[in-house]
Design a protein around this ligand. Structure first.
Ligand code: HEM
Length: 398
């Protein structure tokens, strides 16, 4: 393929600096004006920041491959290779089918009542105290309880999963100080989690047991089984945690929206979707170009790394009207928070169920809430969310 000479838009910005992780939106807005793909000199990769361009890259798995993983620097030894997230068809199709058995809408339907009951119990218990630290007491606690039970892990201390998820998501970015600081804890925690996921430890009739059944049928290898079990446990943590933390934080920040949700609990659905658009928990995933191609008018070489910035697409003024306002009356839910194409989040039904259950229970049990102090942001190379959100709550005992 020959390319017409064009000026390559470039940027010296560090996508992963503290400043840009704290508030990436001014940088994202600049990148969107520079071109469909901007060469990030510091990262040796293209940043794709516009809604349509992100969607086009994610839709074309043939041209933009996820193998060996969707990290910025895929060959670094600490980053797992393969599994559903890091494969292309036909391997991807086979592995994803096993996860989908449990995560497809029909399979999830039977779980709703139980998840709503668990959410109700947790929130009823938490609001007994007049001050709640939402991130640790609600946003982290709930997905850990729900997912470890579904996967069939034995009783144990699964807050350790947060250490693994933090390191995994940092590693997807560059080997900066944040990544290096999160790695030393991994081997110890991994040993504990791997033991809990072993065939002997997993509960019968659980999601984990179904993965081992697939090994016995010869559908997946033992090594792939560990990838599949990890796929239930690791991407389901910080993502959902930050969606729940951000949703409650935004409802506390916007009292009118909160009042509307209290009046009409059906509004928990649009409130959660708008949270996912406005504060998308996943900052980026990357792909490798398999052939010379273009993104918009920008030539891309085979082998180039391409970083899709989902929260930027979700604030693209060419797609969303007044994108920087939190508005739950939007009628479209075509945000990119769960990605797009064949790798779009296989757990999105469960994430929505968990988020909606918590918000519904919150609306039922909390009459009033006020933010105490300044919410603190947790900086991670891939995941965006809060580390601390202290609220003064008045319980609804009516
Ligand atoms: C609000 C919560 C969540 C968000 C924002 C989120 C976001 C995403 C995104 C953006 C992708 C696309 C990856 C790519 O294109 O390379 C993805 C894939 C994935 N997610 Fe989620 N996720 C969430 C919850 C979950 C949950 C609860 C689970 C598991 C129970 C899960 C498991 C996965 C897996 C296994 C993949 C890989 C799918 C594939 O490659 O086919 N996620 N997620």
């Amino acid at each position: 393929m020959t390319f017409a000479p064009v000026t390559t838009p470039t940027s010296d910005a560090d996508l992963f600096s503290d400043e840009n992780l704290n508030d990436p939106f001014p940088l994202f807005a600049r990148l969107r004006t520079l071109g469909p793909a901007v060469w990030m000199r510091k990262h040796n990769a293209w940043a794709v920041a516009g809604y349509d361009d992100i969607k086009a890259v994610l839709a074309d798995h043939d041209l933009f491959s996820s193998f060996p993983n969707p990290a910025l620097e895929p060959q670094r030894p600490e980053i797992p290779q393969g599994g559903p997230l890091g494969s292309d068809p036909p391997d991807h199709t086979r592995l994803r089918a096993i996860l989908s058995e449990k995560l497809a809408p029909r399979a999830l339907r039977t779980l709703r009542q139980d998840i709503e009951r668990q959410a109700d119990n947790l929130i009823a218990e938490v609001v007994e105290r007049s001050e709640v630290e939402v991130v640790s007491q609600v946003a982290q606690e709930f997905p850990i309880r729900v997912v470890t039970r579904l996967v069939g892990l034995p009783d144990g201390d699964y807050r350790q999963l947060l250490i693994l998820a933090d390191a995994a998501f940092n590693s997807f970015g560059p080997a900066n100080e944040r990544t290096l600081a999160s790695l030393p804890a991994v081997p110890g925690v991994w040993k504990y989690i791997a033991q809990s996921m072993s065939r002997e430890s997993i509960a019968p009739d659980s999601w984990g047991a179904a993965v081992y059944d697939a090994v016995d049928r010869g559908d997946v290898t033992e090594e792939e089984a560990i990838h599949l079990l990890s796929s239930y446990l690791i991407p389901s943590m910080d993502t959902t945690i930050n969606a729940i933390g951000s949703a409650i934080g935004l409802l506390a920040e916007y009292p009118d929206v909160w009042a509307a949700v209290r009046r009409d609990p059906q509004l928990v659905k649009p409130a959660l979707e708008e949270t996912l658009r406005f504060e998308s928990p996943v900052m980026f995933f990357a792909r490798g170009a398999t052939r010379d191609t273009t993104i918009g008018s920008q030539p891309i070489r085979a082998g180039d790394r391409v970083v899709t910035l989902m929260p930027s697409g979700n604030r693209d003024e060419r797609h969303f009207h007044d994108p920087d306002s939190f508005d739950i009356s939007r009628t479209t839910i075509d945000h990119l928070a769960f990605g797009h194409g064949i790798h779009s989040c296989v757990g999105q039904g469960l994430a929505r169920m968990e988020g909606q259950a918590i918000l519904k229970a919150w609306a039922r049990h909390v009459r009033n809430m006020e933010i105490v102090g300044k919410p603190e942001r947790r900086l991670n190379n891939t995941i965006r969310g809060l580390s601390r959100l202290q609220l003064q709550v008045v319980a609804d005992r009516g």
